[in-house]
Ligand binder design. Structure first.
Ligand SMILES: NC(=O)c1ccc[n+]([C@@H]2O[C@H](COP(=O)([O-])OP(=O)(O)OC[C@H]3O[C@@H](n4cnc5c(N)ncnc54)[C@H](O)[C@@H]3O)[C@@H](O)[C@H]2O)c1
Length: 379
């Protein structure tokens, strides 16, 4: 096991949003590293769901995974879990994370993403056992000027749509809690030690995402329908083929969330605000990304339906930024971040995983462990 994963052995870690796409992968990494995990979330947000297929039953039976299904907006319920389980480390991922849904329900999005974050910060403040926490926001927190260069951590926070903006507000609430409370908790003169950072990651791809209105799940759904209805071809509808995004494999930001919590455990100077984006070569248009999906799918050498895509650009659709890149120099310099799987390799893994989902879903827990092992071997 790597030094990083070794650190988590026997630690008590609270993960909000553990039933979601990234949360399920993070929970699996922590459990296989020997951590005790308290998951706090609503039920899985999708059907099918990676959480339900991830084979966590054995961990629940031996009380290594505690599964609390509850709302992040409910402060007293959240505090109960902090009081009962006394976590040492907190990863906050629970959110309403879909831009289009935030246009349909902005109030719910703000309540969950802003007050949910404030509730987590408040529980961290009031729970002496917590020593290291990472609050997950997004690359969309910045005021988007459609620049061709990447945003840096000190650029203005002012996301355009309700999702992005709620995450900008979540960032600001962390700033206030740090200034008002956590910066003083530096372990000096008998004071408590408590390090809190935020992480702003780019769009993630990987196996097991089934969310609506995300491009890879749209590809997988189109191909699953084609395979199940025995068609020879699946056609993927692409809404924004010309928008450029920083794409990375889901394990890249998760490894960095784990690294941040580990490095700041004993060193408060590492507690900060971090971009976690891919290298420039992996910032591609959605059209390029789907080209790659189709190529990997069609080259994979099975007799499943062939993949192709069509543009379904909607000029009347809600506003989404055209161009978005992150500058990740800070986390590279301070924490040694080095993106490991470039986009072709990410897509290969995603397609392999998606084909397993269609053909033999019972093999997914083993596939997750295999990818985790392969990825962390490179750290
Ligand atoms: N997926 C991406 O490309 C991406 C990119 C950047 C940042 N992020 C951020 O990463 C985090 C996880 O994203 P994801 O893709 O796994 O999302 P997801 O929708 O798969 O999971 C969201 C999780 O939050 C929980 N949740 C939602 N509302 C809740 C509430 N009111 N109370 C308690 N739990 C609630 C859900 O039950 C689920 O466990 C989010 O904070 C998201 O904003 C995601």
């Amino acid at each position: 096991m790597s030094e990083l994963l070794d650190f988590y052995k026997n630690k008590t870690v609270l993960v909000t949003g553990h039933t979601g796409f990234k949360g399920t992968w993070l929970t699996r990494i922590l459990l296989t590293s020997g951590a005790r995990v308290i998951g706090y979330s609503l039920k899985p947000p999708t059907n099918p769901s990676l959480f339900k297929m991830a084979g966590f039953e054995d961990y629940e039976k031996k009380d290594q995974l505690m599964n609390v299904i509850a709302d992040i907006r409910d402060l007293s319920k959240l505090k109960e879990s902090f009081d009962k389980y006394k976590p040492e480390i907190v990863f906050h991922l629970a959110a309403q994370p879909i831009v289009r849904d935030s246009y349909k329900n902005p109030v719910y999005t703000y309540e969950t993403n802003v007050m949910g974050t404030v509730n987590v910060l408040e529980c961290i403040r009031l729970t002496d056992s917590v020593r290291s926490s990472v609050i997950i926001t997004t690359d969309k927190v910045y005021k988007n000027n459609e620049w061709i260069w990447g945003y840096r951590e000190d650029e203005p926070l002012d996301g355009f749509d309700p999702y992005s903006n709620s995450k900008s507000c979540a960032e600001l609430s962390v700033h206030s809690y740090k200034n008002s409370f956590f910066n003083e908790m530096d372990g000096s003169d008998g004071k408590r030690y408590c390090a809190v950072s935020t992480a702003r990651a780019g769009n993630v791809i990987g196996g097991g995402d089934f969310a609506n209105d995300r491009i890879i799940p749209d590809c997988v759904r189109a191909m699953e329908n084609a395979v199940k209805s025995r068609k020879t071809e699946g056609v993927i509808a692409v809404r924004n083929p010309y928008s450029t995004r920083p794409y990375q494999h889901v394990l890249e930001p998760l490894a960095m969330y784990l690294t941040i919590a580990y490095k700041q455990w004993d060193d408060l100077s590492k507690s900060s605000y971090y971009n976690v984006g891919p290298d420039d070569v992996d910032c591609v248009t959605t059209g390029n990304l789907v080209d790659l999906f189709c190529k990997c799918w069609n080259d994979f050498g099975t007799n499943l339906a062939k993949a192709k895509w069509e543009s379904h650009a909607d000029p009347n659709g809600p506003h989404e930024a055209n161009f978005l890149k992150l500058d990740s120099t800070k986390i590279k310099t301070m924490l040694g971040y080095k993106p490991r799987w470039h986009i072709a390799e990410c897509m290969q893994k995603t397609v392999e995983f998606s084909k397993l989902f269609i053909e033999s879903p019972e093999s997914l827990p083993g596939e997750m462990d295999k990818e985790i092992k392969e990825f962390f071997r490179r750290l």
